[in-house]
Design a protein around this ligand. Structure first.
Ligand code: C5P
Length: 260
């Protein structure tokens, strides 16, 4: 696994040059797909000069829990809690409230959980935040995972219309539920922007550069393409942390973002 301890040339990580990339720090969300809390903290320290938002997903949250969120907040950085809640409305709403109480900047649910699930989550989070004087996290919904192809969507999930039509439908549903935006591939970003408007957030994983492998991602785009298509945030993991020189990788990516 590319992100495990030792897979990054740590000597190079330790020689972090905190650089001139501050203006792009908000665009890039670094995915901490790591199964070791201590190592995750090390990565957070090394990359805090480059990114403002760290993504904590299923793997890291399962090993580290809320403690890792506190570590990120202690360094004045924000958390995108990527646990993709998908359950009955009550359960998702309660999980959303728990995420809000942790003070995360953003968390997500699955749009395919339906309108009631998304609405209940949003409404309950808004009410608790008002009551407890908390900042309301941004709530976004996953449309179709970037690892899923048109064939899998049709043959395995049983959706007979096109990927674009399905993503459009789920994005519209997310907007109707009052959520802040979606997680979607850069390939659908322009269509979502046209359908859901300018204020609607588009968070885009599946980002690959010309020099990184596709791995298990199917609907990929380069950072520049995704931003030009209308993405607000780029989520990147292996294309940075899986490289032999991750700091060099992030500097190259930031240069690309600046030209987008
Ligand atoms: O390593 P890579 O950049 O492909 O990682 C992408 C990250 O974004 C992973 O942590 C994955 O869980 C997450 N993600 C995704 N597709 C979505 C939502 C989240 O790849 N639709």
């Amino acid at each position: 696994m590319p992100t495990k301890r030792g897979s990054i040339r740590r000597s190079r990580v330790l020689s972090c040059r905190r650089s001139k990339t501050m203006s792009v720090n908000e665009k890039l969300i670094l995915a901490l797909d790591i199964d070791d809390c201590e190592y995750a903290v090390e990565i957070i320290d090394k990359f805090s000069g480059y990114v403002d938002i760290f993504k904590v997903g299923l793997e890291l949250y399962t090993v580290a829990g809320p403690a890792i969120i506190r570590e990120i907040h202690n360094r004045s950085r924000k958390v995108f809690l990527d646990l993709k809640f998908h359950d009955i409305p009550t359960t998702v709403a309660k999980a959303g409230i728990a995420a809000a109480r942790l003070g995360v900047f953003m968390f997500n649910v699955h749009a395919s959980g339906g309108l009631d699930m998304m609405r209940r989550c949003r409404d309950d989070v808004v009410n608790v935040c008002l009551k407890e004087n908390l900042s309301r996290p941004k709530i976004i919904a996953v449309t179709v995972l970037t690892s899923m192809s048109q064939e899998v969507l049709k043959n395995e999930v049983g959706i007979n219309h096109s990927m674009n039509t399905h993503v459009r439908h789920l994005s519209g549903l997310t907007l109707k539920a009052g959520l802040d935006g979606v997680v979607a591939s850069g390939r659908e970003a322009a269509m979502i922007r046209g359908h859901c408007g300018r204020g609607f957030l588009i968070v885009t994983p599946g980002i690959r550069t010309s020099w990184t492998p596709q791995d298990d991602q199917m609907r990929t785009m380069t950072p520049k393409q995704a931003l030009r298509e209308g993405a607000d945030y780029l989520v990147m993991g292996r294309a940075i942390l899986g490289q032999s020189d991750p700091l060099k990788a992030i500097e190259l990516i930031n240069s690309e973002i600046l030209t987008a």
